[in-house]
Design a protein around this ligand. Structure first.
Ligand code: PDD
Length: 276
């Protein structure tokens, strides 16, 4: 099993990180999860774009170009023989004596590793359950930061309730899942929260919006309420690992007729064509 530490391909056992790394102590860093299908990186450019945006928002230096990173990640996927899986990459502000403010001198710590991960085909076919959860996160959810405690607590609530995902809301407004974006369908029209500071602008979300534009399916990038969610004909979430995942129950109440809807299935098929 190989990984990349600061640009070097090495065995996982030989990698070590300083205990005063700011990622470890402060969550002072950013990450991406990129899908691997057929041994190839999927929508890698979009992920790296977002990575550089996150870095800029936190004044974090990434000492590589997108081209250099892509070449490294491709080498890693090949070295580990990943067919269907993910690449996880993270950058932190590096190791320095523990003080909250940015250190005067620190080198970015960069780690990338791979993991085999099947597509959740069975769940995508049947749909999954969700719980509602108040969104208690900070106001820069647009940054893909390592600070994930709000997300962790939301997902834990989902798991404790036998659910796949937690759908978060700030008061009446639905924002996003704990690790996914949320779409509703009402009268064959889609809606999803706009890409503001309150959500992560998901790459799968962007791919889906693109599919909708091409197919002439109307989408409103507008905030909707918990009532809109519960009254929707169809609900689905999107993410790198979950693709287009139908939500068929929320807080024990059926969505539509309790089965994945026609629009959701159509979009699943369209997404499937993108990855093949
Ligand atoms: N999660 N919103 C949040 C809060 C997320 O953590 C994610 C992704 C998404 C969907 O983004 P994308 O389509 O780019 O994966 C939305 C990743 C997969 C994770 O943390 O594992």
């Amino acid at each position: 099993e190989k990984l990349i530490l600061n640009g070097r391909l090495m065995d996982r056992e030989n990698a070590s990180i300083d205990i005063e790394d700011r990622g470890y102590q402060f969550g002072d860093g950013i990450y991406e999860v990129v899908r691997v299908y057929h041994g190839r990186l999927f929508t890698n450019e979009l992920h790296l774009n977002r990575l550089f945006l996150s870095a800029e928002k936190l004044s974090l230096r990434i000492p590589y170009t997108a081209q250099e990173l892509t070449a490294q990640l491709e080498k890693l996927v090949e070295a580990n023989g990943v067919g269907t899986g993910i690449v996880y990459l993270q950058f932190t502000r590096g190791a320095a004596k523990r003080k909250h403010h940015f250190p005067e001198k620190s080198e970015t710590t960069y780690v990338a590793y791979t993991s085999e991960l099947d597509r959740p085909l069975e769940k995508m076919k049947k749909g999954v359950k969700a719980v509602l959860s108040e969104d208690i996160r900070w106001l820069r959810c647009d940054i893909k930061s390592l600070n994930l405690l709000g997300n962790v607590l939301a997902k834990q609530k989902a798991v404790e309730n036998g659910c796949y995902e937690a759908i978060q809301h700030r008061g009446e407004t639905v924002t996003e899942g704990s690790s996914s974006n949320v779409f509703i369908v009402k009268n064959d029209e889609l809606a999803t929260h706009p890409a503001t500071n309150l959500i992560l602008n998901g790459i799968t979300r962007q791919v889906l919006l693109d599919i909708c534009r091409k197919q002439g399916i109307p989408v409103r990038e507008e905030a909707f309420t918990v009532d809109d969610l519960l009254g929707a004909d169809e609900v689905f979430i999107t993410s790198t690992t979950s693709e287009v995942m139908p939500i068929v129950q929320i807080d024990g109440k059926m969505v539509g007729d309790g089965a994945p809807g026609a629009v959701t299935r159509k979009l699943q098929h369209a997404f499937e064509r993108e990855i093949n």
